[in-house]
Design a protein around this ligand. Structure first.
Ligand SMILES: Cc1cc2nc3c(=O)[nH]c(=O)nc-3n(C[C@H](O)[C@H](O)[C@H](O)COP(=O)(O)OP(=O)(O)OC[C@H]3O[C@@H](n4cnc5c(N)ncnc54)[C@H](O)[C@@H]3O)c2cc1C
Length: 379
């Protein structure tokens, strides 16, 4: 039986970022089922940070996290974690009220947004289609950030190891039980770990892990999202194009190397697992690309799907389970787990160590009660 102060189940962005903060406070062991960290949601995202998604606490946490991505701790990574890339939100006639509301919401968190007219929109992304079912108005946030998810995951894993902690892959936790004041976990090979604090950062599996431990689940919902990769028009260099998203959830597109990633912004209820794209959603992505742009999707180069796991109020969850001392929830990161990770890790550290609620988060109107699990389950 290996002893630690903190056991983290799940080597995605949530588990690793929290582990990196806790590693200075005591021995941390991160246990990841797959052979590599970030294999599930954290390795399948669109890697963008913007204010066009989420609600007040999510936007506040995005704001805190942006500063970390742009100025990470010394030695965290040898490449930049973020590259400034505009986020362009477009609307057709029907979506105009949504665009207005989105602009007002985003303006509470950033002063880098502006309305853009047709000429400015065309200058940003020349393939956008205008009129009819397509764009009639747009808002740009020039402060959008393209993240390097691999550099983030590896940076956090390195930080854990550098502080004497452990990140162990190929460790699928098969049983969890309380033994005295400790939590004991056993993996599929029969190896055991024990610690007074168990952090459930198991992404889409977080409710399942809780049930294994006899802890009341939060009612998390994994929703599948699909991405396709297509070519830009021949001879066109799309690398400088923005992240483009429709104001209502219909379509987004962003450059990826010399190609374009596109999504129909699907949210299909699924079960925890190795999500794979359905033909219908792939076809829908291609259809929406042709509806919103002048692209002709002749060949889909690559496709994938991943799970975005939400709590009922779409605010992520960090906090001790009200019904199980020492069992800490770190779940429900939905479609914003990368862009909120530094803030969630800061909150996790404060909540586990019983510190004052971080002033940096309070200043961004992110309150303790917004994210603790008490709002979803009672003692
Ligand atoms: C298509 C798509 C696009 C997205 N785009 C963005 C974006 O642009 N920006 C953004 O911020 N977010 C985005 N997201 C959301 C983001 O990817 C997630 O919020 C985030 O990755 C969740 O991280 P996590 O660590 O909670 O989950 P995961 O990365 O899934 O990690 C959980 C880990 O727990 C492990 N695990 C589960 N059960 C066990 C067990 N019993 N024992 C051991 N290990 C276990 C799993 O193997 C897994 O690796 C996107 C997601 C998708 C799918």
């Amino acid at each position: 039986m290996a002893q630690a102060e903190f056991l983290v189940v799940g080597g995605g962005i949530a588990g690793l970022s929290a582990a990196a903060r806790l590693a200075a406070q005591g021995r941390v062991v991160v246990l990841e089922a797959e052979d590599a960290v970030g294999y599930h949601s954290s390795g399948r995202s669109a890697t963008f940070a913007h204010y066009g998604i989420g609600n007040r606490p999510v936007r506040g946490m995005t704001s805190y996290s942006r500063a970390v991505f742009q100025a990470p701790p010394e030695g965290f990574a040898d490449v930049p974690l973020a590259r400034q890339t505009p986020a362009l939100f477009v609307a057709n006639e029907a979506m105009l009220p949504v665009l207005d509301a989105l602009e007002a919401e985003m303006a509470r968190f950033t002063d880098t947004i502006a309305r853009v007219d047709e000429a400015e929109i065309r200058a940003l992304c020349p393939v956008l289609r205008f009129g009819g079912e397509a764009t009639v108005a747009g808002v740009v946030d020039r402060g959008g950030l393209r993240l390097d998810s691999d550099a983030l995951l590896q940076g956090y894993a390195r930080a854990v190891r550098g502080a004497g902690g452990e990140v162990s892959t190929g460790r699928r936790i098969a049983s969890v039980r309380k033994a005295g004041s400790d939590w004991e976990v056993v993996d599929g090979k029969g190896d055991r770990w024990s610690a007074p604090v168990l952090i459930d950062a198991a992404g889409a599996w977080a409710d399942g892990l809780a049930e294994m431990a006899g802890v009341r689940p939060l009612g998390l919902t994994p929703l599948r999202r699909t991405i396709i990769v297509v070519d830009p028009p021949e001879g066109v260099d799309a690398r400088g194009w923005p992240f483009v998203k429709t104001a209502a959830d219909e379509f987004y597109m962003l450059p990826e190397g010399g190609k374009l990633m596109a999504s129909p912004v699907d949210e299909i209820e699924d079960v925890p697992g190795d999500a794979s794209p359905e033909e219908y959603d792939v076809a829908l992505a291609a259809h929406r690309a042709e509806q919103w742009t002048t692209l002709e999707v002749r060949r889909i180069q690559h496709r994938w799907a991943g799970l975005r796991t939400f709590s009922a109020d779409r605010v992520p969850v960090a906090g001790f389970a009200p019904d199980a001392p020492g069992f800490f929830w770190l779940a429900g990161q939905g479609g914003f787990g990368l862009q909120t990770a530094p803030a969630m890790a800061l909150a996790t550290e404060a909540l586990i160590l019983g510190r004052e609620w971080p002033a940096e988060l309070a200043a961004l109107s992110v309150e303790r009660d917004d994210i603790t699990p008490d709002r979803l389950v009672s003692a």
